[in-house]
Design a protein around this ligand. Structure first.
Ligand code: PMT
Length: 219
């Protein structure tokens, strides 16, 4: 069917930031609003797919007709994504997952005392890496948010994480990346082809991503 090319296909999208708790009143997070990931989920729905959105805390309302798993931490996002992976046809990892989390989570509010407070962080498990290692039939898409050497760093993520495509995002550019309604993206496929797009609304960028995803699915 022309209007529903993804009918019968299962698409999982991750979106938004994660929150890493330090104590009952404090956490580490980032500037992801969820707009890009939610636009991707909505685009997949429009194309007829059966969509699951794994989302960190955002203030956007969930598009209708989409299954949602709400998570808070990187660990929760890891579990929610990995447990659903085997049944998916396409997974797009747009979430801005914390790379580090506090080694100690205080049960009570940490009291103000000394002039300095040193916090130790440890690496979180890389969700995309774990998916890449377990990939069978799935088309796996990652994002790369960079402030320099975008194409090189994005290509490195594509190969290292065993992706079919990486969407590079120069997050230092005005109107691109975190929080904005627009995004300037570059798509690099595993065959080495590079497609650079002008600044677009996140909805339009999401549709462009699916043009490439559908091509990858038909291979
Ligand atoms: O939410 P918005 O405000 O609309 O902003 C959109 C966005 C800037 C968040 C989005 O376009 C974007 O670039 N998302 C990826 C952000 C990011 O964390 O990039 P990264 O280069 O640090 O990570 C690379 C990839 O690894 C990402 O697909 C990320 O989901 C994944 N990752 C990272 C760490 C981790 N522990 N597990 C992961 O899976």
């Amino acid at each position: 069917e022309q209007t529903a090319p993804l009918k019968g296909k299962k698409v999982l999208v991750t979106a938004g930031p994660t929150r890493e708790e330090l104590d009952p009143v404090r956490y580490f997070t980032n500037h992801s609003s969820g707009k890009m990931g939610y636009a991707i989920a909505a685009a997949a729905k429009e194309l007829g797919a059966d969509v699951t959105l794994v989302t960190g805390p955002t203030s956007i309302s969930i598009p209708s007709g989409i299954a949602v798993a709400k998570v808070t931490s990187a660990k929760e996002m890891y579990d929610a994504t990995l447990s659903r992976f085997s049944e998916q046809d396409v997974v797009i990892k747009c979430a801005a997952v914390a790379d580090y989390t506090p080694t100690i989570v205080h049960h009570n509010k940490f009291k103000k005392k000394n002039d300095t407070w040193t916090i130790e962080l440890k690496k979180t498990d890389d969700i995309l890496q774990a998916l890449g290692e377990r990939k069978e039939h799935q088309v796996l898409i990652g994002f790369a948010a960079e402030t320099e050497n975008l194409e090189d760093y994005a290509k490195d993520k594509l190969i290292r994480k065993n992706l079919d495509m990486v969407v590079g995002n120069d997050v230092s550019k005005e109107g691109s990346g975190f929080g904005s309604d627009t995004n300037e993206i570059m798509m690099i496929k595993k065959d080495g082809s590079v497609k650079t797009l002008p600044i677009l609304s996140k909805e339009k960028a999401a549709r462009e991503i699916f043009e490439e995803v559908m091509e990858l699915m038909n291979r």
